[in-house]
Ligand binder design. Structure first.
Ligand SMILES: Nc1ncnc2c1ncn2[C@@H]1O[C@H](COP(=O)(O)OP(=O)(O)O)[C@@H](O)[C@H]1O
Ligand SMILES: [Mg+2]
Length: 595
């Protein structure tokens, strides 16, 4: 009992969560009013059709008058035409609203997603966020566009139908009203099973496609480890699983259909039997009986529709809840309400003051500890240290993707928390360790940070990044499509595109996370030349893995386990730091020889 109470309570609560969605419908008041008017008109016409049936039978057939039959048919046809126009209007307007509102919600959710702090995406799987953006909004679209109007229409028909039943014949109405639960109960039970199974079925199809998607994306790894037969087996298991769920569903559905036919037609027959006896005894006319059957079917149909739509509304309520949850997440990296303006006076561009930081997902591991570092305008500073030392993290804090737990960072005399993040980031050009390319052409990829740049500027930037040669040699030159994540380029080529992007942006401060693993000697030569060009007269922070880079730096910052352990030039560090000596021997060895 308490269980049941609880479940009805939670249902009520969850249907409530659909209410905020109406805020998205309200801007389209005219469409909504039009749709509701059409809904009322069509419901009224549908109800009056029953009277038309009565007229045809009583005045036409029974009275034996051709003239009256013709008149009654003309009235019917006019009503039917009006019904068609009304239904067109209702269907068009409601579907329009559904599509419009779901597009608005989709845009709002995406707008929200791109402004969220990066750590949000570490805590939430991208697949789930995508499904909110697509599946949940699609469900809401079908609710607003069809289920909602179906429920409303059925409610009107139910009330109107019941009234007409009682008006037409009171005794028969009581019998019908008594019969409705007997007919509908088993149908509702099976209907519920079918719905829950079809949801399961959809989920298992989703599992299948996720699985296939991953395999297809990583096909080279699969084939190189000759894992094809294993993957085939695993996939076949998933597919069979989906089939057996579907099998259960179709069984329940077949039973449902059989029951529906058996019960509803039997009920109609019983009604015809009882009513027919009344017609024979002269208590009612044949037309009355026909109209009565018409309304009874209408009422039963409405109840069936409402019970079906109710389940859908509950599902949509879940979707609405998830979407609204997403819409109210506040970015942890916010622009201050009154951001300060950047000054160009100071000699120091960047200053780290006692900065300590740990990633939100690792509260007990300090990624950076007590970092104190001042970087002067125009300086080239190399960050050196073993993998995991916190070099990349330093860059991320500087761009304010995260806020440190202790200490603060200033940029040109302003605390970076007091600057508008977009203003701050516009001053910086970042070339990440794994250059990120978008599945578009070369133009789009180089222009990414400076959308207004013209073609000459883009080609110049590409030339300075030593990218022009290979780009021009691509089948479509700068119009060449680079594939997802730029799969159609080699590592070194991708990096030079990323460099061209940074050159075109022409930032105050350059942040280079030097990737060397992807480079052969030839492209390394090109990248080095491009870097030198880029660093001249520009404040540069470069995470260096190569001696050739390090020797060009004004200062070298040696990091280990989240701390700065030494600062100096190459010669000084070689003399006093064993860690630096070791790094030079291990990491820079190969570079030194080729240098
Ligand atoms: N997004 C993240 N969430 C949690 N821990 C991270 C994340 N990124 C890096 N780390 C951890 O922070 C430490 C510093 O990483 P990082 O700055 O990338 O090192 P480096 O660039 O010097 O190799 C490492 O221990 C790493 O595992
Ligand atoms: Mg790194």
């Amino acid at each position: 009992m308490t269980d049941q109470e609880e479940s009805t309570k939670s249902n009520k609560k969850s249907l409530k969560s659909l209410l905020p969605i109406f805020a998205f419908v309200l801007p389209y008041k005219k469409m909504l009013t039009g749709a509701l008017m059409a809904l009322l008109v069509t419901a009224a016409i549908s109800l009056s059709l029953g009277q038309g049936v009565k007229l045809i039978i009583d005045d036409g057939f029974v009275a034996g008058s051709i003239e009256q039959l013709t008149n009654a048919i003309i009235v019917m046809v006019v009503l039917i035409a009006l019904l068609a126009i009304g239904t067109f209007t209702r269907f068009y307007l409601m579907s329009w609203l559904g599509e419009r509102v779901s597009a608005d919600i989709r845009k709002r959710v995406f707008d929200q997603l791109v402004s969220l702090h990066p750590s949000y995406f570490e805590e939430n799987r991208s697949g789930e966020l995508m499904s909110r953006l697509t599946t949940d909004t699609t469900l809401l679209q079908s609710i607003i566009g069809s289920s909602f109007s179906m429920a409303l229409r059925s409610a009107l028909m139910l009330i109107g139908g019941l009234i007409m039943l009682l008006v037409t014949n009171f005794k028969l109405s009581l019998i019908v009203i008594g019969c409705v639960p007997i007919v509908l109960l088993p149908m509702m039970i099976f209907g519920k099973r079918v719905r829950s199974l079809s949801r399961k079925s959809q989920d298992s199809i989703a599992d299948i496609s996720t699985y296939a998607g991953e395999i297809i994306q990583n096909i080279k790894v699969v084939q190189s480890y000759t894992h094809e037969s294993k993957e085939r087996e695993a996939f076949s298991l998933e597919a069979e699983n989906a089939f057996s769920v579907a099998k259960q569903r179709i069984k329940q559905r077949s039973i449902l259909i059989a029951f529906a036919i058996l019960l509803s037609y039997t009920a109609i027959s019983v009604m015809l039997w009882i009513g027919g006896m009344d017609v024979l005894s002269g208590a009612i006319t044949g037309g009355e009986l026909a109209a009565f059957v018409f309304y009874a079917i209408m009422v039963a149909g409405s109840v069936a529709t409402i019970s079906e739509v109710y389940g859908e509304l509950q599902r949509a309520a879940g979707s609405a809840e998830r979407l609204l949850e997403l819409m109210v997440v506040e970015s942890e990296i916010k622009s201050p309400s009154d951001p300060v303006k950047l000054q160009n006076s100071s000699a120091a561009v960047i200053q780290f003051d006692n900065v300590s930081f740990n990633y939100p997902s690792r509260p007990n591991d300090a990624a950076l500890q007590n970092i104190n570092l001042t970087i002067k305008t125009g300086e080239v500073v190399a960050l050196v240290g073993p993998s995991g030392a916190g070099k990349t993290t330093l860059f991320e804090l500087l761009q304010r993707f995260y806020d440190p737990q202790k200490g603060h960072i200033t940029f040109k005399d302003a605390l970076i928390t007091q600057l508008d993040p977009t203003v701050l980031r516009r001053q910086m050009g970042m070339v990440p360790q794994n250059p990120i390319l978008f599945s578009a052409d070369v133009w789009h990829n180089i222009r990414y940070g400076s959308p207004d740049a013209d073609e000459v500027m883009v080609v110049n930037a590409a030339k300075r990044a030593h990218a022009d040669d290979f780009v021009s040699a691509l089948p479509d030159g700068y119009k060449s499509f680079l594939g997802e994540q730029g799969v159609r380029l080699s590592g070194g080529q991708k990096q030079r595109i990323a460099l061209a992007r940074a050159i075109l942006k022409d930032p105050e401060v350059l942040l280079l996370d030097e990737a060397t693993s992807a480079l052969d000697a030839e492209s390394e030569h090109h990248v080095q030349a491009a870097l030198k060009e880029l660093m001249s007269n520009r404040t540069t922070l470069i995470i260096a893995h190569r001696l050739s880079t390090v020797v060009h730096a004004d200062r070298i910052v040696l990091m280990d386990k989240g701390e700065i352990v030494d600062i100096g030039n190459h010669q000084q560090l070689l003399e006093k730091s064993t860690l630096y000596q070791r790094l030079c021997e291990l990491q820079f060895d190969h570079a030194e020889k080729s240098f």
